[in-house]
Each structure stands twice: as C-alpha cells, then as structure tokens.
Design a protein around this ligand. Structure first.
Ligand code: HXC
Length: 516
C-alpha cells in the first residue's frame, strides 16, 4: 500500500469505530430515551476537544459465541477532553455494544484513562450505562472490576471523580460510582442496585419495581447514594459542568478562583431579623446562605437526602468554600444518622481538596429514640466530630441559634480546632434546652412546689437569662466574637483571608480509623 492508501485505511477504520454497532443499535438506544456514548461525550465536552484513546481494542474471549461479537473499541469509549476549558479524563460505557457489558478490554480502557487522570492530576468522569459484568468472560470481567475499584480507591482524595448515571448499573458494578466523590443520577433512565427485582423476588419473596428499588428518587432521598439528580441527560451534563467549576483539578492545586463580582462588604439587613426570637419557630438556613455568599454562587449537593442538614459549595469574594449547616426548617435541624453521614462525607471531601469550611449551627442535638440508637447514631454521629477534627483546611463557624449539647461540640466547635467561631446575638449555647434542663435540675423542687408551673416558669427564665444568649460563651472565649448577622459576609471574607496560609500539624500515623 502507498501512503495515500495507508491513510485511507486509517480513515476507514476510524469511521468504522465511530459507527460502532451501526444506526440500528443507535436507534434502539434512542428508543429507550438514551443518547449513545459518543453523543454523550460530544454534548458534555467542549466542542472538538475529545482525544480518544484505545479505539481499536478488541476483546480476546470466545466462550458462548462472544468471539462473534468483536467490535473495535469494545463496549466503552474513553479519552481526554475539556469541559469549560478544564482538562478531564472521561469514559462512556456504550450500551449498544453487548449492553455496555464490563469486559476485560473495557476495564483495561477505563483503567488506562483513570491512570492518566491520576498521573496528570485531572478529574475523572465516568458515564455509566451497562448491564454489568460480561458473563461470557467469567473471572476476567470480575478482575477488571477489581482493577477499577482499586484505582477509584487510589484516586480518592487525589483527583475529583464524578459518576454520571445514564442507564442501568447493577451488581457489583455499583461500587465504582460508590467509590467516587459525586454520583449524578438521571431520572427515569438510571437505576442502581446490587440485586435486581427478579433476584429479590426469588430470594426474599419481596416484589419491587426497578424505579422504587434503585431509581434516582430512591437514591437521592432515601439511600443517599446519589448526590445530584437531573431530569434528563442534558441537565446531567449541565450539573456536571457547574459542579466541576467548584472543584480543583487535583489535591495539589487550589480550587478555581473567579474574579470577585459581588461587594465584599455587602451587609444584607434581612439577615438581622431572619432568626425568629421564639425558638420553636423555624426558618430556612438557605435564605441566610444565599444572602451571605457571593450572589448566585450557592450550589447545594445531596439536597434531597437528610434535609435536616444542608451542604454545598459557594464562593466568598470569588474563592470556593464548602458550606455546612443545620436546617431548622426540617426536624428543627436535629442531627440523625443520615445527616451525620452527609456532613462527615462532605467535610472530608472539602478537606481533601483544600476547600475551606464554613459551618452554620442551629441544632437542638442528636435525634432521640430507639430507631436512631439501634441504627448506630453513636458511630454515625462520631463521624462528624472525626471529620471536623481531622480537617486541616481553614474552618470558620457561625452559631445562628441553638448550639445544644453534642451539637455544639461536633458542629465545628472551637475545641475541635475550628479557627474562628462567631455567634449571632440570637445564639443559645447550652448543654440542653431550658425546659429539659429545668426538669432535671429542679425535679425535687418542682414536685414539692405548691404552684409548680409558676416555679418552673421562674427557673426557665433564670436558665434562659444565663444560657439564652451568646455572651456567657463569649465571656469564657468559647466563641471568638458576637457579630451582627448582616456583618457575617464581611467577617467571613476577612477570616478566610487571614487563614489562607494556615499550617496545621498532625501526628505521624499511617491513617486513622474513622468510625463507620
Ligand atoms: C453479557 C449481557 C449481560 C451480561 C445483558 N447482556 N446482560 N451480556 N453479560 N451480564 C446483553 C443482552 O443479551 C443484550 O444483548 C444486551 O446486553 C442488552 O441487554 P437487554 O437485556 O436486552 O437490555 P434491556 O432490556 O435494556 O435490559 C437491561 C437490564 C437487563 C435491565 C440491565 O439486561 C438486566 O437485568 N441485566 C442483568 C443485570 C445484572 O443483574 N447485572 C449484574 C451482573 S453481575 P444483545 O445481543 O441483545 O445486544 C455483576 C457482578 C459484578 O455485574 C461484580 C463486580 C465486582
């Protein structure tokens, strides 16, 4: 062959790879309401930025007729590209080729780009749409999964890893998304489960449909597996772009800073009356958050899971921060098992990637009851204190109202090495609420009193006088200052500026044993 023919041969092969299983297979994918792997890559990445890797790989197995289905590139498309100019490594499972089944070659390709992502310090994005382990390859498929899971674990805390769920993800394959930092599910087309409805029915007799078992709503609001939910594929890609804008490319680079576009001294007067004086009344802490941080910058994650806590990213004078808050508008902001997991995980992610933590506290304590105790609230709640204690990024806390008991301690208290703790004038810092405390402290007096209700009211008033304001905690230095709510933005910006070069020594150890 001459040079021209050689080049033509390459172009012919390239077109063959692009066609994959052909128009019919693409049409079948479209009929399921799904895009093809290449269409997805085209929509997610900046135009023309995709550099494909391993398009000619074919599998080498033959059992059960699989040798008849040897397609260049096998069942996944991988490579490097850019999203809003940011470099990423990407893998998109191709359901049109043997159901996107996970083969030895599939694993080899995904692992290759994940290795490139780790060594180049760029985020890894995995578009999932697969029936799971390729049955015909037996242990080779399982070993491929193990290779991927090992890499996901190695990459954790080194580069951000994002899983976008765009189809089925069944069996052990759920553990790759489960090991990544963020899972984005797409309503209606994505399902995640360890065992499907058929197996469940056979083993336990329970009948459940696919959506109830492992759809987006289930994982976003009940299991907590999904951090973000999209109505369709385009929204999933839009969410990915927004999420990525808050993340650094790796743990050695700072998060992307934007030129500030909001007045750093902006003092929002609404904040000064946002917290109701009657402590049984609620308010939405997100209203405070959106008014304090750069306008339009708050990006909540894990919103549907444990709504009694709020976590998300925001910007302060252009700098990325992680925001954690109790949510008084949901179960009075109480801490339970799910809220503990949600907070601890977010704190650890931010710490791993040098994102400072800003915490807002209004919490009556941990949720009482056998459901929580038997579910292990002790070990789950311990994760919060562990995560904050371990975190070495700048940490600033604002107590807006109740900081009672364990909640005071675990929610970024001064003593677990929060750099600066501020309190609003509405803050109440105490071992517990007034009613409960009086019942314990004065049980005898109340039992013997002629008019117990009057005596109780008097004791409660005394207790509130003592602990119903932030000044006794400020008098002992347990909070660093009492600030006007409308001053919060300016104070947080100043605090982060001073804490920018914070050094936090830690004891030499291999790793700690985080409560689980
Ligand atoms: C090889 C498979 C396959 C598999 C399906 N196919 N599962 N090929 N290995 N595991 C093939 C089908 O024969 C079909 O081939 C193509 O993939 C698409 O599958 P369909 O069933 O036609 O698609 P659909 O109707 O959309 O249903 C999708 C599905 C269903 C709901 C996901 O396929 C399903 O329930 N599959 C089983 C899912 C599962 O239990 N996976 C776990 C496997 S165990 P053609 O020739 O028609 O294109 C596992 C362990 C991993 O993953 C452990 C890791 C540690």
């Amino acid at each position: 062959m001459n040079s021209h023919e050689l080049n033509q041969e390459l172009l012919r092969r390239r077109e063959q790879v692009r066609q994959g299983e052909g128009m019919d297979a693409a049409a079948r994918q479209h009929a399921k309401g799904k895009l093809t792997a290449r269409e997805r890559i085209d929509r997610l990445l900046d135009r023309g930025s995709f550099q494909e890797v391993d398009p000619y790989i074919v599998h080498r197995h033959s059992a059960f007729g699989i040798d008849e289905r040897r397609v260049p590139g096998d069942s996944v498309v991988v490579g490097l590209g850019r999203i809003m100019g940011r470099k990423v490594a990407i893998a998109a499972q191709d359901f049109t080729i043997i159901g996107g089944s996970f083969s030895e070659a599939h694993a080899q390709k995904v692992c290759k780009v994940l290795d490139l992502a780790i060594s180049s310090g760029i985020p890894f994005i995995f578009l999932n749409d697969s029936v799971g382990a390729r049955i015909q390859e037996g242990v080779w498929s399982l070993a491929g999964y193990a290779e991927l899971f090992w890499r996901n674990s190695q990459a954790s805390g080194v580069i951000p890893q994002i899983s976008i769920m765009l189809g089925p993800c069944a069996g052990g394959s759920v553990y790759s998304p489960g090991l990544t930092d963020f899972v984005i599910m797409t309503e209606g087309i994505s399902h995640m489960f360890i065992t499907g409805p058929e197996v469940i029915k056979t083993v336990t007799g329970e009948e459940v449909d696919l959506e109830t078992l492992g759809g987006a709503h289930t994982h976003a609001s009940i299991s907590g597996v999904a951090h973000l939910v999209a109505a369709d594929e385009d929204e999933a890609f839009a969410i990915t772009r927004r999420l990525l804008s808050y993340l650094p490319s790796n743990n050695a680079a700072p998060p992307a800073r934007l030129p500030p576009d909001d007045d750093p001294t902006r003092a929002d007067p609404v904040l000064d009356t946002l917290v109701p004086l009657e402590d049984t009344q609620s308010y939405d802490i997100r209203e405070a958050i959106v008014r304090i941080f750069d306008l339009g910058s708050f990006f909540e994650v894990h919103a549907r899971f444990a709504p009694n806590a709020v976590v998300g990213f925001a910007r302060l004078h252009g700098e990325v921060v992680g925001v954690i808050a109790n949510q008084p508008a949901w179960l009075a902001g109480v801490l339970d098992i799910d809220a503990s997991d949600k907070i601890a995980r977010f704190v650890r992610f931010c710490d791993a990637f040098h994102i400072p933590l800003i915490t807002f506290v209004d919490c009556p304590g941990f949720m009482p009851g056998t459901v929580q105790e038997h579910g292990g609230i002790i070990r789950h709640g311990a994760k919060i204190v562990y995560a904050y204690s371990e975190a070495t990024v700048p940490k600033v806390c604002v107590i807006t109202r109740k900081a009672y008991g364990g909640a005071y301690i675990v929610m970024s208290s001064k003593q677990i090495r929060t750099d600066l703790v501020y309190a609003w004038p509405t803050a109440e810092i105490a071992v517990m609420g007034a009613e409960g405390a009086v019942n314990i402290l004065y049980r005898k007096q109340l039992a013997e009193a002629e008019h117990p209700e009057e005596v109780r009211a008097q004791f409660i008033a005394e207790y509130r006088e003592r602990f119903g304001s932030p000044y006794s905690a400020a008098a002992s230095g347990h909070v660093d200052d009492v600030i006007l709510p409308s001053e919060t933005r300016a104070r947080l910006i100043a605090a982060l500026d001073f804490l920018r070069d914070k050094q936090a020594p830690s004891l030499p150890k291999k790793h700690g044993c985080m409560p689980l």
